[in-house]
Design a protein around this ligand. Structure first.
Ligand code: SF4
Length: 318
């Protein structure tokens, strides 16, 4: 098993995305985004399940075949069936991946695809995009809260921001768990993530505070329930409406310190963001400026203001 490293996030990745020539045709699916934008920020652990079960490259291509309720992994002519080998590999390997902070999959693969993979009715060429790759399915079932994404979807700035927001939050949680979580830390964690939760899912945000109030001698139980709700909330995309109301809540925190003209400037930036005239970064930058000017520690500590390192430039397109 990979050891947990608090100082560095480890991501699993389909090996072909790193440029390894492991695809069925002997080629790769190199992701320039991963190789140029992400490589200095994360440790990548490449896995090619099809190579790992000895299929070699090049090799016969395989696909998901649905036979009643059974999902098979076969070649188009059914002369090659690696269902059992792949299931055995997945069951053996996935438990070793508990310390990863997330996983990037190659899309459409019957092994690594995380959703909308072609699934063929047995004996036909009729496919529906309802499948999940065999290895990806095992990983997601074993670690339902682990952030996972397909690299092709990271072209969308909202999906990209959401994925890395979850990766950094998940890593902070893993670090706290590794160091030994206390009640006090859990309450502080919740306080720091208040506005981020609000931006992502207001219903879950309102449930999590009262949940923590039930904490007595049941820290592990509450922590598990809390983190399940927390990651479920972050998985929801922060809508413009929710972002706007979150920004307004933060503005309310400053209301006694801001002058009339500062208030008007911030209100205008928030409303222009709401109307799609300005990017999210404009009101956030203004708020950060007031945080420094008024030494407001509670707001300065909010993860919402910077959920991932600035160098990743993930908020530019929001
Ligand atoms: S998608 Fe997965 S199984 Fe296919 S080549 Fe890439 S890493 Fe290997």
């Amino acid at each position: 098993m990979y050891a947990f490293t608090p100082q560095r996030i480890q991501l699993g990745i389909s090996a072909c995305l790193l440029g390894q020539e492991v695809r069925f045709d002997g080629g790769h699916k190199r992701s320039t985004y991963v190789l140029y934008d992400l490589k200095d920020m994360f440790d990548f652990h490449p896995i090619c399940p099809e190579m790992a079960i000895g299929m070699g490259a090049p090799r016969k291509s395989i696909r998901l075949v649905c036979d009643n309720d059974t999902i098979l992994l076969q070649s188009a002519d059914a002369s090659l069936d690696v269902t059992q080998k792949m299931q055995a590999f997945s069951q053996r390997t996935v438990p070793e991946l508990a310390n990863l902070g997330g996983y990037l999959f190659c899309a459409k693969s019957p092994t690594c695809g995380m959703e909308r993979v072609n699934e063929y009715a047995v004996g036909t060429n009729n496919a529906t995009k309802t499948g999940v790759g065999v290895f990806a399915r095992q990983l997601m079932a074993t670690y339902p809260l682990m952030p996972v994404e397909e690299t092709s979807r990271l072209n969308d700035p909202h999906i990209r921001d959401n994925f890395f927001t979850r990766v950094y939050a998940y890593h902070e949680w893993q670090s706290m768990r590794a160091a030994g979580l206390t009640k006090h830390q859990l309450l502080q964690f919740h306080a720091r993530y208040k506005y981020l939760l609000m931006a992502h899912n207001q219903v879950i945000y309102r449930e999590l505070g009262p949940l923590l109030a039930t904490m007595e001698d049941n820290l592990d139980e509450v922590a598990h329930e809390y983190f399940t709700g927390f990651m479920t909330a972050l998985k929801c995309h922060a809508s413009r409406k929710n972002q706007t109301s979150t920004l307004q809540h933060i503005q309310g925190y400053f209301k006694k310190q801001l002058s009339a003209s500062q208030k008007a400037e911030l209100t205008s930036a928030i409303m222009d963001y709401h109307e799609g005239l300005l990017p999210l970064l404009v009101p956030i930058t203004l708020i950060n400026h007031y945080v420094r000017e008024f030494s407001c520690q509670y707001i300065a500590d909010q993860v919402y203001l910077q959920p991932h390192p600035q160098v990743l430039k993930l908020r530019y397109g929001l």
